[in-house]
Design a protein around this ligand. Sequence first.
Ligand SMILES: Cc1cc2nc3c(=O)[nH]c(=O)nc-3n(C[C@H](O)[C@H](O)[C@H](O)COP(=O)(O)OP(=O)(O)OC[C@H]3O[C@@H](n4cnc5c(N)ncnc54)[C@H](O)[C@@H]3O)c2cc1C
Length: 419
Amino acid sequence: MKTIIIGAGFAGLSASLNLKKDFIVLEKDKRPGGFCKTEIINGFTFDYTGHLLHLKNQDTETFIRENIKTKLFKIQRKSYIYSYNVYTGYPYQMNNYGLPGKVIEENLIGYIRRAKNKKVKNFKDWILCEFGSGIAKNFMFPYNEKLWKFPLEKLTLKWMGRFIPSTTLDNILQGLKEKKVSDVGYNAYFYYPEKGGIESLIKDFFKKVKSKVILNAKVKKVDIKKKIVYYNNKQEKYDNLIVTMSLKEFLKIINDKIGIYYNRLKATSVYALNIGFKQREKIDKNWVYIPEKKYIFYRIGFPHTFSSFNAPRGYNSIYAEVSFNKKIPDKINDKIINDLIKMGILLNKKDIIVLYPMVLKDAYVIYDKEREKILPEIINELENNNIYLAGRWGKWEYSSMEDAIKEGIEIAKLINKKG
Ligand SMILES: Cc1cc2nc3c(=O)[nH]c(=O)nc-3n(C[C@H](O)[C@H](O)[C@H](O)COP(=O)(O)OP(=O)(O)OC[C@H]3O[C@@H](n4cnc5c(N)ncnc54)[C@H](O)[C@@H]3O)c2cc1C
């Protein structure tokens, strides 16, 4: 009984650490880790934007701790929203202290008058019913439009789960009295490696299964009838296949009727500019959401606050994230730098000593009606052919590293049981 795993990110490595029978992992890149790799440039540690570990499942946490040597810091989140030249605590719907009076009035009245009982059909409706017109106008609409680059009325509700905390009138009123960074939401605390960025965890996992992983092995074709995987100039037969590469890409390389669905799965990509710069003032914010359209990025974060080893002494570091559909906006680096200067985060271009861009293709999967319609059919057809999906892009979902690890473990257990 042979299993082939496509992809050596967290999902693929976790599956491989749990498989009891014969298997190999095929990874197209020269290093394992997917978007959980880390680049160390002139003493600055840059992940593929903030990759912070949120642990909520005890079994997954135990598995991670059993398989790593890396020391993890536990950090209380310091995250903010920046609008009207004011930093308010995250989440916005509970922290309006310091905003202009007109904005507070819109948010409060909008919440009180919101149409609670309306039948919610899409994400836009949901925002209005859950938070009201003020919070929608001043944060939820502009932020989500900037992030998704997709009409909010065409997004379904399936992705939100833990990602958007709800609020109450008491929460809103409390958040007007004091400047407080709330500890609600799925990411109130996070873990982060002391040294080497998030890839240090990947390295720990990889060490244990190294002999089974073939790097530089791009899977180009899968014959799902004959159960053969083609990579480089080789071919390999399997009994079970675990797919953690992008489902969209996978649909392109298989000989099955569901292949036609590949162009109906949609996603938004992210351009991230990493910057190392001279410290002029202490920055202790972990990350900041930026809803206003006048700034090009939807979020910025500060890796030097995750671990002091992430930047040389006397320097700070930033990642700025801009989402895009097909084409990266022109002169994007200049726009990012100018906007950081406008915000007062960078004081002078001359302070910059490292610029390191990254492109994250298909970073955020779009949850629209088409996805909900075709995904069950795709999964059903693949499982009938002993093909199992795991991870954020394998399952074509909005999920975390912890989810990828959990899904990898679960698929391995399922295959072990098949005997
Ligand atoms: C902008 C952004 C920020 C994020 N922040 C966080 C965060 O703070 N916390 C968190 O928990 N999660 C975060 N995530 C999610 C996290 O990146 C994913 O959950 C995780 O990377 C999923 O791992 P995976 O193994 O499923 O996929 P991947 O890591 O993508 O693994 C798939 C592997 O398949 C390989 N592959 C692809 N095609 C082929 C092929 N044809 N042949 C062979 N190999 C192939 C790839 O090279 C890759 O190594 C973030 C994601 C993004 C995009």
